[in-house]
Ligand binder design. Structure first.
Ligand SMILES: C[S@@+](CC[C@H](N)C(=O)[O-])C[C@H]1O[C@@H](n2cnc3c(N)ncnc32)[C@H](O)[C@@H]1O
Length: 375
C-alpha cells in the first residue's frame, strides 16, 4: 500500500487511548522504527547477516475484525494512556466497518456496573459474536437477572467464561451449554478462502486481511523449497496449517489447546481431501517433546510468547544430516524470536528470508515471518 511519508491516522481518541501508543507517529516512520528494532535486536545477539527485511502493511485502518475490550463502570472501551481506567470507545478506525457497527450496537445496551473483559467478532459469514470473560459471581448474577443476557442473545452469538460455554435458552431458562464452533475467521490457500471454525474466545490473528497476507508469505517461502512433510508447532485453529498444506504437503499439527484442536478438526470435516494430509496431535510440546524430527523435511512454528522452549530438544539429539532441511518461524514476540533464532542457528540452519507483516499498526508490535535452511 502506498502510504505517504507524513500520513498520521485520524482518530478521535488518539489523545487518551492507551492501545495505539504510536498513533501520533507518521506511518512511514513507524515502519522504519520496526525494521530498525528487528535489525538492532538481531545484531545484538546473532553474528550472521540478516537478509533484507521485506515489509508488508495492511493499510492504516479497517483491518481488524475482532476487538478485545474492557467493561468498567458500565463503559466499554480501551484503557487510557496515563490512567488505569477505561474510556468509553465510540469509534476505532482499526475496526472493519461491520465490526464498528457491532460495537455501536453493543455500546447502546445498558451494561451492568461490573468489570471484565469482552471480545467482539464479526465473522466472514456476516455473523456477530461476543465472548464475556467475567468473574463467575458476575456471570451468575447476570444469569439470575436474565433480561440483559436475553436481550444480548437476540443480537449475536454469546459465549461465556474461560471454558467458552455458549449461552442457550431451554424451557425459557438461560443455560450455559457446551462450546459451539463457528466460522469466525478464514484463512487462504492459493488465495482461495477457507473458513476456519473456532470459539469467539479462540486465538486468531487480527483479521482476515492479516491471514491472507500471512498465507501468501507462507506459500511463497515453501514454493522454492522441495518440502513434502511438515511438523507444525502451535497450529491453533489452522491459520497456517492450510497454506502450509498447499501443493499436496502433509502436515502434523501440534497444539496444546483442546478447543483449538476441535476447531481444526471441525474445519477438516468440510475438507475430506485435506483431512487425509493433516494429522492433529494434542499435547504440551514445550515440555518433554517426543517428536521424531527425522520423519519430516520441514519444521513450521508459531509459538506463544514463551517461545519454543523444549520443543527443539529432540532435534538436538539427532545427527545434523537427519534434521529437517527447512524451518519456518513466525512470531509477534521479538525477544522469543531472537532467543529461538540463536538456537535454530546453532542447530545448523541459516536464515534465508525475513518479513515483517504489520498487523499491529500504530503500536510498537509487529509480526515476524522467517524461513531458514539447513546448511
Ligand atoms: C501465536 S498462537 C498461533 C496459533 C496459530 N498458528 C494461528 O496463527 O492462529 C500460538 C499457539 O501455540 C499454542 N501453544 C501454546 N503452548 C503450547 C504448547 N506447550 N504446546 C503446543 N502448542 C502450544 C497456543 O494454544 C496457540 O494456539
Amino acid at each position: 500500500m502506498n502510504i505517504g511519508a507524513t500520513t498520521i491516522l485520524d482518530c478521535e481518541h488518539s489523545k487518551i487511548c492507551g492501545s495505539c501508543a504510536w498513533i501520533e507517529i507518521p506511518y512511514q516512520t513507524q515502519e522504519q522504527m520496526k525494521i530498525e528494532a528487528l535489525s538492532a535486536a538481531w545484531r545484538k545477539s546473532l553474528s550472521t547477516k540478516l537478509p533484507e527485511i521485506e515489509y508488508k502493511d495492511l493499510g492504516l485502518k479497517h483491518f481488524r475484525d475482532r476487538a478485545d475490550l474492557t467493561l468498567e463502570n458500565g463503559k466499554i472501551g480501551f484503557y487510557q494512556k496515563h490512567d488505569p481506567h477505561v474510556f468509553a470507545l465510540k469509534h476505532c478506525p482499526l475496526f472493519t466497518p461491520p465490526l464498528q457497527s457491532w460495537l455501536s450496537q453493543v455500546k447502546a445496551l445498558a451494561w451492568p456496573k461490573i468489570k471484565g473483559s469482552l471480545r467482539l467478532r464479526h465473522g466472514p459469514t456476516g455473523k456477530n459474536g461476543i465472548w464475556l470473560d467475567f468473574a463467575n459471581q458476575d456471570v451468575k448474577s447476570l444469569l439470575d437477572e436474565k433480561d440483559f443476557l436475553t436481550s444480548l442473545r437476540t443480537f449475536a452469538f454469546v459465549e461465556i467464561g474461560q471454558k467458552r460455554k455458549s449461552l442457550g435458552l431451554k424451557n425459557d431458562l438461560l443455560k450455559l451449554q457446551d462450546p459451539e464452533l463457528k466460522p469466525w475467521t478464514q484463512t487462504y490457500v492459493n488465495d482461495q478462502v477457507l473458513p476456519l471454525f473456532s470459539c469467539v474466545g479462540s486465538f486468531t490473528q487480527t483479521g482476515s486481511q492479516a491471514n491472507q497476507a500471512i498465507a501468501q508469505i507462507v506459500e511463497a517461502y515453501h514454493q522454492v523449497a522441495s518440502v513434502e512433510k511438515i511438523i507444525e508447532f502451535g497450529s491453533g485453529i489452522g491459520t497456517l496449517t492450510f497454506p502450509l498444506a498447499a501443493d499436496g504437503r502433509t502436515i502434523t499439527a501440534c497444539e496444546f489447546d483442546q478447543l483449538a484442536c476441535q476447531g481444526l478438526l471441525r474445519t477438516l470435516n468440510d475438507h475430506p481431501l485435506l483431512a487425509k494430509r493433516i494429522k492433529i496431535l494434542q499435547g504440551n510440546f514445550q515440555h518433554k517433546c517426543q517428536v521424531d524430527f527425522s520423519q519430516f523435511d520441514s519444521i513450521a512454528v508459531n509459538p506463544p510468547r514463551s517461545g519454543l522452549m523444549d520443543f527443539l530438544q529432540p532435534l538436538q539429539n539427532i545427527e545434523k544430516q537427519k534434521r529437517p532441511k527447512y524451518f519456518f518461524y513466525m512470531s509477534c514476540y521479538l525477544d522469543s524470536f531472537i532467543q529461538d533464532s540463536m538456537r535454530i542457528e546453532n542447530l545448523g540452519y541459516q536464515i534465508q528470508n525475513i518479513n515483517i507483516l504489520d498487523q499491529f499498526a500504530h503500536t510498537p508490535h509487529f509480526e515476524i515471518l522467517s524461513f531458514w535452511k539447513l546448511t
